[in-house]
Design a protein around this ligand. Structure first.
Ligand code: DC
Length: 221
């Protein structure tokens, strides 16, 4: 068992990203935001008008992938080489494409290697995703699976989008979230399910700092 890995799995909008950042601030471990990598594939598909993954892979291979927190309160940013992709990957169009590419074995195998390489990049790793505790880092000592109601998640996503100056239809948002969840949970390859040894936490009614404290207490005990 590796005591230098924390895995945080669960669907979008449950607070995984904020939890990962808060834990990273506390522990000074690096964060791997695996959803961003699938979103990057979706974004590059859109930008280059291709669904051919071998084309997309060529573009990714030319550059180094890194994650940064640009300021104390900012969300995690994904860099491909010098380019900050963050503002291009956080929209529903790219999310839908990400979900489509995520069912392709070749894509998952390619991203598997990229993600495993993050183990050597910091003194500890906080891995945020869908299959971190099951497929990517089964040896992790600390595994968490975060859930929240679809309604609460749509509300959080709505706030995030509003903060970025985008307007949204709450009903549509909730429907799309539920649709994407269904697809992610029922797919054959790496479905979204908790690892057998994961602690499942419902974050619907707890604040972000309370969630972090809960997780830290569990780790320390
Ligand atoms: O967490 P997110 O919304 O940024 O993830 C975007 C998409 O990527 C999501 O629909 C499922 C997919 N994904 C995945 O299949 N496996 C992961 N480890 C992370 C994300």
């Amino acid at each position: 068992m590796n005591s230098k890995i924390i895995t945080i799995d669960g669907p979008s909008g449950v607070g995984k990203g904020t939890l990962a950042k808060n834990l990273s601030d506390e522990l000074d471990w690096i964060v791997l935001d695996s959803g961003s990598l699938y979103r990057m594939v979706g974004y590059l598909s859109l930008k280059n008008d291709t669904k051919d993954f071998s084309e997309i892979r060529k573009i990714i291979n030319k550059e180094e992938i890194s994650f940064k927190f640009l300021s104390k309160n900012s969300n995690i940013s994904l860099f491909l080489g010098e380019d900050d992709l963050s503002e291009f990957i956080r929209n529903e169009e790219v999310a839908k494409l990400a979900s489509e590419f995520a069912v392709i074995p070749e894509v998952r195998e390619y991203l598997f290697k990229i993600q495993r390489a993050f183990l050597d990049k910091g003194k500890g790793l906080i891995a945020d995703g869908r299959d971190m505790g099951t497929i990517l880092f089964p040896e992790a000592k600390y595994k968490f699976f975060i859930t929240a109601s679809a309604e609460e998640r749509a509300r959080r996503r709505e706030n995030q989008l509003k903060e970025s100056g985008l307007s949204v239809n709450m009903r549509n948002l909730q429907e799309r979230i539920e649709e994407r969840d269904k697809k992610d949970s029922s797919r054959e390859i790496s479905p979204l399910v908790p690892a057998e040894d994961a602690v499942v936490i419902d974050s619907s009614n707890i604040g972000i700092y309370e969630l972090k404290d809960k997780v830290l207490n569990l780790i320390r005990s």
